[in-house]
Design a protein. Structure first.
Length: 377
């Protein structure tokens, strides 16, 4: 065991002996996400580095404290990428934080989520044991797939020390098309196009000064992208400018996310792509994932109504963060809301039992990021 990993294990061992909760953190760029973390800081940034990269095998093994920007730069040199476009929300984000948060970017609906690319993981559990799950190829993933359960766990199951990830080549061609249309028409078009053999990769509908605009990104073989552009029409955007806009969407830096500063929270509604227009008071939403992810700005006090509307549409709602008021790494706990509102929607009783059972098994002493996902039982 190397020095950096040994230091993490000993820190967990001491915390278990003293019953001291730990707050696992990499770059802190996603501290705003989920309930407020508690405990002594366990900084993971010393546990960094790419331990194995086989471009021909499309797999990379990375330590949790490795900066996400560093990994993406190494992949780019070989013409490869993380296709799910993990949001960064600022400088300093780490690979461990990427997996723990489980958040994906604009291409998620077409290429899959973070968990779909996690092949294996090394974890330090609440007993200070170093456990390895999965492997470096898909066929090694058998039985209960713990490595993928870590995606979105927000550190509640243990300290992610290392992960093996599937990567993909950068597509040879890309194009972004723009269409002027209202929200209902955009959803109809996206559903219609989704049933055709088109190289759809990402979409975004947003209003500019009261005018609705749908952006559609195509990626794939040159012939497929060019044929789709000719078939779909719309206004083709300059690739360089469009790439900057998609990057801004990925990191929530578009102007839409900054409006309503100081007055509203940012809500994420996850609904079926075929769900109709979901009407909420106030400004029109920003819609991604071909209709499956819809962002709204509304006061936290509207939580009950928002979540009821999301359930009626067949989905759920998350109080993601305050829109435009908190810099990356800031902690927006319920203490500075007008009334305490749970960040995540309530789970069904069977699912909650599974969550709590997993947490007890991996973290019997309740050391890690306590309360980040679920309120204390």
């Amino acid at each position: 065991m190397d020095t950096e990993l040994h230091a993490v294990v000993e820190r967990v061992r001491a915390a278990a002996a003293d019953a001291t909760p730990l707050c696992i953190r990499g770059g802190g760029t996603k501290d705003f996400y989920g309930e407020a973390p508690h405990g002594e800081l366990l900084d993971m940034r010393a546990l960094g580095g790419i331990t194995s990269y086989e471009p021909s095998e499309l797999v990379v093994t990375v330590r949790a404290g490795t900066p996400l920007a560093e990994l993406e730069a190494v992949l780019a040199e070989k013409g490869q990428c993380l296709p799910f476009e993990p949001p960064r929300f600022g400088d300093g984000g780490t690979v461990g934080g990427m997996v723990a948060a489980g958040l994906s970017g604009p291409a998620r609906a077409s290429v899959g989520a973070v968990r779909d690319y996690v092949l294996g993981a090394t974890l330090v559990n609440g007993r200070a044991e170093v456990l390895s799950f999965g492997g470096q190829v898909m066929k090694n993933v058998a039985g209960y797939d713990v490595s993928r359960v870590l995606a979105g766990s927000l550190g509640t199951l243990g300290v992610i020390a290392e992960v093996s990830l599937k990567v993909l080549p950068v597509p040879p061609a890309e194009a972004t098309l723009e269409f002027a249309c209202g929200q209902a028409d955009a959803l109809r078009l996206l559903n219609e196009w989704g049933g055709r053999p088109l190289p759809l990769n990402a979409s975004c509908w947003v209003e500019h000064e009261g005018v609705g605009v749908l952006y559609l990104r195509l990626r794939g073989a040159v012939a497929a992208v060019e044929a789709a552009c000719a078939h779909l029409g719309g206004e083709r955007k300059d690739n360089a400018r469009a790439a900057a806009d998609w990057q801004s969407l990925r990191d929530q830096q578009l102007p839409w996310f900054a409006t309503g500063e100081g007055t509203n929270a940012l809500w994420r509604l996850s609904v079926p792509q075929t769900a109709p227009v979901v009407a909420l008071d106030g400004a029109a939403p920003l819609i991604e994932w071909h209709g499956g992810q819809r962002w709204y700005k509304a006061a936290p006090e509207q939580a009950a109504r928002i979540r009821e509307i999301a359930r009626e549409a067949g989905g759920h709602a998350t109080l993601f963060r305050w829109a435009g008021t908190n810099p990356p790494g800031a902690n927006t706990s319920g203490a500075n809301m007008a009334g305490k509102v749970q960040r995540f929607d309530a789970l069904s009783a069977p699912v909650e039992r599974i969550h709590r059972a997993l947490m007890r098994e991996f973290d019997p002493h309740g050391l890690f990021n306590r309360g980040r996902l679920l309120a204390p039982a």
